[in-house]
Write a protein that binds this ligand. Sequence first.
Ligand code: NAP
Length: 342
Amino acid sequence: MSKIDVAIIGASGYTGGELIRLLYKHPKADVTTITSRKQEGQHVSSLHPHLEDVDLTFTNPENKDIDADLVFLAVPHGASMKIAPDFIENDKKVIDLSGDFRFQSIETYEKWYGIKHEHPELEAVFGLPEINREQIKEAQLIANPGCFPTGAILSSLPLVENQLVDRIILDSKSGVSGAGVKANPTTHYPTCSDNIKPYAITSHRHTPEIREQLHNFGTHDTKISFTPHLVPVIRGIITTNHSYLIKDGVTADDVYSLYKDYYNDEPFVKVLHDNNVPLLASVRGTNYCEIGGISLDDEDQLVVISAIDNLTKGASGQAIQNMNIMMGYDETSGLDHLGLYP
Ligand SMILES: NC(=O)c1ccc[n+]([C@@H]2O[C@H](COP(=O)([O-])OP(=O)(O)OC[C@H]3O[C@@H](n4cnc5c(N)ncnc54)[C@H](OP(=O)(O)O)[C@@H]3O)[C@@H](O)[C@H]2O)c1
C-alpha cells in the first residue's frame, strides 16, 4: 500500500515539531505540508534545529488548497474548532491536539474554556486508544487527549473500573514544554528554573476532561481532585495518584497484579517490572506511559505513579498512534523506539 500524505497545521509549535520528528521515519506516512502563519517560506530547521535533514518548508495556504489524506491540528484551542470543518467537509481525516473536541458535554467545554463552541455538531472520538480503540478505527475526527489527562486517566482506570476507590487525588508535575513555544512570564527561565510552581489549583481545564472520561468507567460519584505543578524540566509529566481503598482484603500485590493484567496487551503502557518507580528520564521522547510504585500503607491509602512525555504520549506520539489505528496500520509504526537514560 502506498503512503498517505499528511499535513500539520501549526507546525511551528512544539507538538508540531514533535509530529515532524516522529513521522520522519514512519513507513506509511509522508509529511507533505507544514503550515505556519509567521514562518512562511522558512526551512523547518529555522524553528526546529534538530530537523535539519527534513526536506520541508513552512507554508501558509488556504485550508481548501491543502492536499492531504490526514491532517493534524497542532494549534491552540479556539483555533482548532474554526479550522477542523474545512477538512471534515472535504472528507479528510482530522486529529486535533487541542481541547476543542474532547468533551461529551459542550456546556462543560464552554464553562471551563470560557468560549462558545462554534461547531458543537461535529462528532469526535476521544483519542485514548487504551479505552476507545474500536471507535478510533471508524472515526473521521479524533480529539487527542490532553497531556495531564493521559497519565492521570491511565493511572486511575483499573481502580475506577473495578470500583476499588471512590475518590482520587492527582498530584501532577509537568515540564515547561507543556506551555507551548510562545514565551510567557511563567515559563521565563529565571521564574521557572530552580523553582516548583503549583498552578490552576482546583481550576485547571484538564480536570473536567479527566472526570468525564473516568466517570464513563466508574460511577459519577467518584470524586477527582487534580493539581498541576510546573517543574524545571523541559519534557515529561509525573502523576502521583493518591486514593483510599474501599474494598477490604486487597493488598498492594493484588493492585499491582490488577494493573499488570489490565494493561497486558497495551503496546504503550508499561507496568514496570518489580513495581519499579517510573522516571521522567526514561519516558522522554517515547510514546510509553510507565506505571509503577504501587504502594498501600497501613491505613489503606494507595499510591500509584505514572510517567509520560507530555509531547509524545501526551500529544504527538499519541496522535500518531491514533493515525495508525485509523488507517489500519500497525499501532506501533514509527513509535516503538525506547527512551533515554540518564
Ligand atoms: N505542549 C504540550 O505538551 C501539549 C500537550 C498536549 C496537547 N497540547 C495542545 O496541542 C496544541 C498545540 O500545542 P503546542 O504546545 O504545540 O502549541 P505552540 O507551541 O504554542 O504552537 C502552536 C502553533 O499554532 C499556531 N497558531 C497559534 N494560533 C493560531 C491560530 N489562531 N490559527 C492558526 N495557527 C495558530 C502558531 O504558529 P504560527 O504563529 O507560526 O502560525 C503556533 O506555533 C494546543 O492546543 C495544546 O493545548 C499541547
